[in-house]
Design a protein around this ligand. Structure first.
Ligand SMILES: Cc1cc2nc3c(=O)[nH]c(=O)nc-3n(C[C@H](O)[C@H](O)[C@H](O)COP(=O)(O)O)c2cc1C
Length: 202
């Protein structure tokens, strides 16, 4: 798939996973794409934890559904009605979870470019995630980013400790199709902005 087409077709997937599982060679290609991302000071501060055990996927899914229920309970009634039918995860159906962690120690004490802006570390990890997401789209696979979790819960789940931080859980798997529009637009939660509202010339 041509790059611009992959960028245009990429979607956050929750409901369209087939229940099948991506094979190891394909997943390794996606992880290699992630690992090719730019990073501050060439620190490559990411680690990818691949979770395929159905019982572990279900355990993480249960935690996420609890957090979803808390979020729903805090919404005003109008927003609650819009939110209720929205799926926010496809953790078990995807068959594979890739939890991405950030290690600020990677690259040593003097990370070139991070001295004044600590966020450049997590930003580098976000670029790796986007690489994986686009590579998956190009291979006809789906990715869904799940952030409805307590950071401490996911750290314990993965067996990592400070200063390492879990930054993302990605559901990765075969899909029936990729939707034309973001789920949140189709559900009436939020419309996307036109380009000219976010570009500020001169
Ligand atoms: C940092 C981040 C966290 C996200 N967390 C969730 C999440 O917990 N659950 C979910 O359903 N989607 C999540 N998403 C997906 C967004 O809702 C989605 O990207 C957005 O609605 C635009 O849709 P699109 O990705 O299909 O273009 C997350 C996306 C990002 C970048």
């Amino acid at each position: 798939m041509e790059l611009h087409e992959a960028i245009r077709r990429r979607r956050d997937v929750r409901a369209e996973f087939t229940g099948g599982r991506v094979d190891r060679a394909t997943l390794t290609r996606l992880l290699a794409a992630a690992h090719a991302a730019p990073s501050v000071g060439h620190s490559q501060p990411w680690d990818f934890h691949v979770i395929r055990d159905p019982a572990r996927l279900a355990a993480f899914r249960d935690h996420v559904l609890d957090r979803r229920a808390e979020f729903a309970a805090a919404l005003p009634p109008g927003r609650r009605r819009v939110f209720d039918p929205i799926r926010i995860e496809g953790i078990v159906a995807a068959g594979t979870g890739v939890a991405v962690t950030y290690d600020p120690r990677r690259g040593g004490e003097h990370v070139l470019g991070r001295a004044t802006i600590a966020d450049t570390g997590p930003l580098s990890v976000a670029l790796a995630i986007q690489n994986l997401w686009l590579a998956a789209t190009a291979e006809g696979l789906g990715v869904g980013w799940v952030s409805f979790y307590e950071e401490g819960f996911l750290a314990d789940f993965l067996g990592v400790a400070a200063p390492v931080r879990p930054l993302a859980w990605l559901c990765v798997g075969p899909v029936t199709h990729l939707a034309d529009r973001p789920d949140l637009e189709r559900a009436g939660w939020r419309r996307g902005l036109p380009l000219d509202e976010v570009v500020h010339w001169d």
